[in-house]
Ligand binder design. Sequence first.
Ligand code: SUG
Length: 441
Amino acid sequence: MSFIDAQIDRIVGPTHHFGGLGVGNVASQIHAGQVSNPQAAALQGLDKMRLVAGLGVPQLILPPQPRPDFHLLNAFGFTGTPEEILKSVLNDDPMILSAAASCSAMWTANAATVTPSCDRVGGLPVMTVANLSASLHRSIEAAHTQRELCTLLKNGVDVREALPGGAPMRDEGAANHMRFSSPDGQSGLNVFVHGDGSPEPQCHWPRQTLAAGKAIARSHGLRECDVFHLKQHPEAIDAGAFHNDVVAMSHHDLLIHHEFAFAAESCSEIVRMQSRFQDIVESPLRILSIRSSELTLEDAIKTYFFNSQIVSTSVSGKTTLTVLCPVQVQRHPAANELVQRLCAEQVFDDVRFVDLGQSMDGGGGPACLRLRVPVSEQELACFDGSAVWTDALDSDLRDIISDRYPCKLQLADLADIEICQQALETQGVLAERLMQNATGA
Ligand code: SUG
């Protein structure tokens, strides 16, 4: 049986704005307070989904999570009519308004950690929803994400609730998890990446803990010999690599990482990983460490080179690897040269450049915008059909977004009841259109 990576993306919501809320996230902080374009953000996301679906990769779509989240505002003591609540939260604590209206759930690589059935000692594929407890605006995603994933994946995947425990159990999902496998997706090794522990970064709080990675590995029933824990390089975290997928990309038997992605203490674990891979897959794990002389850490973070999205398709036994890079890579001489070199060396068969400017300004590139779920064909067939990308769905979603989304938004606009009501209604219209998809509308 072979396994293919289904990709789950989410439509960016109509309250997309630059709140500067991303912990240790340089792009989010640089763009804080700038005027956003929610309509462009949502259309850019759909462009990427269309590209991926067009390559023959299963593409699934989630609607935006409802924002602003009035339950959160009530829980923090803001009461009265919705209009009064919005005004008083803007006056008292604008950061809370920003968190309640954040569309950060668009970065689905942070939705969950996924274990396919073939990596487990027995049973269904399993997912643990990420608690995202390093930041307020992201921690409010988990409960809704769990309900959505349960509906989407029906009974085909055991979707587990987020780890309890708060800060000591900080978990950011698949952004800090890599899975290596044979080209048919079988025989997986699972690598969890954390940032805590000595030596600690000096400027930014590490978002993922070793304890969280260990808890997920245990509860997913992974074989101990196939689990590896790597530590992020503290300098990478300090430079703005708040997630591992900002400095490392992985697919099947390929790991491409910046030389400063992992702490020196992780070297022996990487050696153990290579040796285990060779034992079970009977071919080498291809590890390409990119030197700073080729691409500095700063430029890697600026261009999000390592956040490129790798997808593969297999036709008559021939696998084609396509890499979707942000246009920032194409525009940057060293990063562009690097991807062209990797194509010339046939590490990739093709490169496509995608303009995700609105997401990039919040610190999310192509790979942040998708959750990979390795599934067999039978498992995929059990998923909820309403989320499956189709031409007709794409076209209707674009119409709704073009008609109803604002093209300019700033934090103060989110205290406007009409803008918020329109946003909540639009999220309902998008969810409704997705639901009709199951019936082939
Ligand atoms: O968690 N940005 C997100 C970006 C997530 C990127 N995901 C991966 N690397 N997989 C974050 O920092 C910015 C929100 C704001 O600034 O309003 C934000 O949450």
